[in-house]
Design a protein around this ligand. Structure first.
Ligand code: C2E
Ligand code: MG
Ligand code: MG
Ligand code: MG
Length: 287
């Protein structure tokens, strides 16, 4: 009797769980197909020099151009990819695409740095750096225009071998950035041991910088910390001109966000760069 009840209770939950698992399996399958069919794209969002207004870099952001659902953002599929080896294959695709892009930009005389996001799954793989080097060699993409972005939590997990590889890559000219800084927990002394060029302030930190004295104080102190570590500070999620102006005044080096441009397809980005090549009188002088 009790046994029967127990069993019926379990079976109540079963359809839901089965549906979730099925959904996950379907997404995985769809992602594999998307990879095979070439449905992934990169979008590019400019990073602007806070002092001069010139476009110094672009972040490559993954997009899935779904045949029926339109352009899908990473938030809707990356988590599923991260749970399997798919993220490694997608990450490989991103590296190939980024290197090919850099090579095209270089041929077109563009000098913007291209920064891309590295997943924990990719770093777990022992041949990650070897493959990255091979890709750069094959495509003749200039390593000094490439930047790797690691989230704060991934950076904290880098082992000695990974740190050595990163240092070697930096010797060849590539740069390394910490992404989403201030959204999690960082071991600050560990940050000092990392071979780093830039630290990106999380959008959550940047949010209130123009409306709250507290937020401004925190961001200002964090920028000092970043400079003290010998790195440049990059603000992401800059949506308002007021945020832009505060960030410039407190010494942030690079700005990224909708206030300047949303992520764009490659052709659109190249055209956008063309429009922003002129002496950048767009930003008001810092008082
Ligand atoms: P992220 O690396 O921190 O990228 C910044 C995200 O903020 C992007 O979202 C970008 O479109 C968005 N953003 C830019 N400016 C603004 C703004 O002014 N306001 C607001 N509210 N948002 C802004 P996106 O493209 O949806 O990517 C989300 C996340 O997905 C990325 O966060 C990154 O963690 C991950 N991701 C994207 N591409 C890749 C990739 O190629 N590989 C891996 N492993 N992760 C990726
Ligand atoms: Mg990023
Ligand atoms: Mg970020
Ligand atoms: Mg983020």
């Amino acid at each position: 009797d009790a046994k029967a009840k127990g069993r019926s209770r379990v079976s109540l939950y079963r359809p839901e769980m089965a549906a979730a698992v099925e959904q996950k399996i379907m997404t995985e399958k769809a992602l594999r197909q998307a990879l095979a069919r070439g449905e992934f794209e990169l979008a590019f969002q400019p990073q602007i020099c806070a002092r001069t207004g010139s476009v110094l870099a672009a972040e490559a952001l993954l997009r899935w151009n779904h045949p029926t659902e339109g352009m899908r953002l990473p938030g809707s599929f990356i988590a599923v990819a991260e749970e399997s080896s798919l993220m490694v294959d997608i990450g490989d695709w991103v590296i190939d695409a980024a290197a090919a892009t850099l090579q095209r930009w270089r041929a077109a005389g563009m000098t913007q740095r291209l920064t891309f996001n590295v997943s924990p799954r990719q770093l777990e793989r022992p041949d990650f750096f070897k493959r990255l080097r091979e890709t750069l060699a094959h495509t003749c993409a200039p390593p000094w225009l490439l930047e790797l972005e690691f989230t704060e939590s991934l950076a904290m997990k880098c082992d000695e071998a990974a740190l050595c590889e990163l240092a070697a890559l930096r010797e060849e000219g590539a740069s390394v950035a910490i992404d989403d800084f201030g959204s999690g927990y960082s071991n600050l002394s560990r940050l000092n041991d990392m071979p780093l060029d830039r630290i990106k302030l999380d959008q959550g930190l940047v949010q209130g910088v123009d409306v709250s004295d507290g937020a401004r104080t925190i961001v200002s102190a964090v920028i000092h910390l970043i400079h003290g570590l010998g790195c440049e500070a990059v603000a992401e999620g800059v949506e308002r001109t007021e945020q832009r102006d505060v960030l410039r005044a407190i010494g942030c080096d690079l700005l990224q966000g909708f206030a300047f441009a949303e992520p764009m397809g490659e052709a659109e980005f190249v055209a956008w760069i063309g429009d922003h090549m002129l002496p950048p009188a767009r930003l008001p002088r810092i008082a």
